[in-house]
Design a protein around this ligand. Structure first.
Ligand code: NAD
Ligand code: WQD
Length: 360
């Protein structure tokens, strides 16, 4: 496989967010230069300090909104060495997207269109895009589509998922119209876990939506218990099945995709699933995380959550064959790393946390 020239410079939008911060870190470790843009809507600049603390290199950071084309242009002008983009910046709450869909389309779809226009103006022709398994909607409605291959028909069931689907089509059109350009659409399954150092992790602002961040809050006493949404699914214990992937593996998947884009013979737009290929139920997760914490975490049974599907497990073979990427970390490691992160950072990256640490 072609290896990108060390010291290529990658623009990371949303680079202070959960997945963006891990990808920035892994890119720096692999020898790339990193320029982050983020408007800090759902993240903290403290992640830049933490990245530097872990790897010894500080990424460039610009507080910029991706929907602001003038500000975005200033970044490209300040860093003419940028040769590719990884685009994470987006709103990501499924529930919220049904309440304020226009904002989701403005930022998630408008932001991408804006970014592509600026990239074209500055002759940057490689983009890795954060898509999601949510583009598949309910794959169980098709026979033989679990685990889910990339060829599964798409059909997202909420506005957030549709923004990802539209983005995939917009990027595909852009690549078709611009010979020499290349794009990777990465469909993430359920990212989880934290950095083994305990210094970098997910810092949800407000009430988390996802299972593992919620369990993390139960473990540190910020939440009394977890609700298990639905125990009447057709699974081994009645709860729904997901494919949980350690965020460090996921970050490395971006490097594998980026290397593909730097291969001059790859001039197209292609989608890859990034998942482990292993399904776990809600009770499997509850058990694994309770084991990492060292005690049973309280839960109560609740009705199914609207919009949830039985099974979202990836068929990850294409990424293994074409990107030479596969997950290496286990669910147990993800749970241990998450526990280390929440225990050491009960208030995430916020100021009061540092005080608590100093008081210890
Ligand atoms: P995150 O919220 O932690 O990161 C997104 C970052 O984008 C945040 O730092 C936020 O401040 C920034 N941002 C939002 N709007 C912006 C704007 N207009 N301009 C500049 N920056 C902006 O979320 P994440 O979990 O790291 O997700 C990253 C990407 O991966 C998103 O596109 C998300 O939709 C996608 N994704 C996430 C998951 C998941 O479960 N976490 C799964 C599949 C896909
Ligand atoms: C996992 C399982 C819940 C919370 C979402 C988005 C998806 C993607 C990843 C961005 C489900 C159950 C959850 C709780 C529970 N994001 N659960 N109690 O729904 O698979 O995917 O995040 O692209 O688009 O939809 O993840 O972590 O919310 O739920 O029982 O309090 O845990 O029902 O079965 P989901 P999740």
């Amino acid at each position: 496989m072609h290896m990108a020239t060390p010291k290529e410079t990658v623009l990371i939008t949303g680079g202070t967010g959960y997945i963006g911060s891990f990808t920035s870190l892994e890119l720096l470790v692999a020898g790339y230069n990193v320029v982050i843009v983020d408007n800090l809507y759902n993240s903290s600049e403290e992640t830049v300090n933490r990245i530097e603390l872990i790897c010894g290199t500080r990424p460039a950071f610009h507080k910029v909104d991706v929907t602001d084309s003038e500000a975005l242009e200033r970044v490209f002008k300040a860093h003419p060495e940028i040769s590719s983009v990884i685009h994470f910046a987006a709103l990501k709450s499924v529930g919220e997207s049904t309440e304020i869909p226009a904002e989701y389309y403005r930022i998630n779809v408008g932001g991408t269109a804006q970014l592509l226009s600026v990239m074209k103006k500055y002759n940057v022709d490689k983009i890795v895009f954060s898509s999601s398994a949510t583009v598949y909607g309910d794959a169980t409605r098709y026979p033989d589509m679990i685990p889910i291959p990339e060829t599964c028909p798409l059909g997202p069931t909420n506005p957030y998922g549709r923004t990802k689907w539209f983005n995939e089509m917009i990027i595909e059109d852009h690549v078709k119209a611009n010979p020499g350009s290349a794009a990777a659409l990465l469909r993430y399954f359920n990212p989880c876990g934290a950095h083994p150092s305990g210094l970098l992790g997910e810092d949800p602002q407000g009430v988390p939506y996802n299972l593992l961040p919620l369990l993390g809050q139960v473990a540190v006493g910020k939440r009394p218990k977890i609700q298990v949404y639905g125990t009447d699914y057709d699974s081994h214990d009645g709860t729904a099945i997901r494919d949980y992937i350690h965020v460090v593996d996921l970050a490395q998947g971006h490097i594998a995709a980026l290397e593909k884009l730097y291969d001059p013979s790859f001039q197209t737009c292609k989608a890859w699933n990034l998942g482990s290929g292993r399904g776990s139920t809600v009770f499997d997760i509850l058990r694994a995380f309770s084991k990492a914490v060292g005690r049973e975490l309280p839960y109560e049974l609740a009705p199914r959550r609207a919009g949830d599907v039985l099974d979202l497990t990836a068929k990850p073979d294409l990424a293994r064959q074409e990107l030479n990427w596969y997950t290496k970390k286990t669910l147990e490691e993800a749970c241990e790393d998450l526990w280390r992160w929440v225990k050491n950072n009960p208030s995430g990256y916020r100021e009061e946390y540092k005080q608590e640490l100093l008081d210890e």
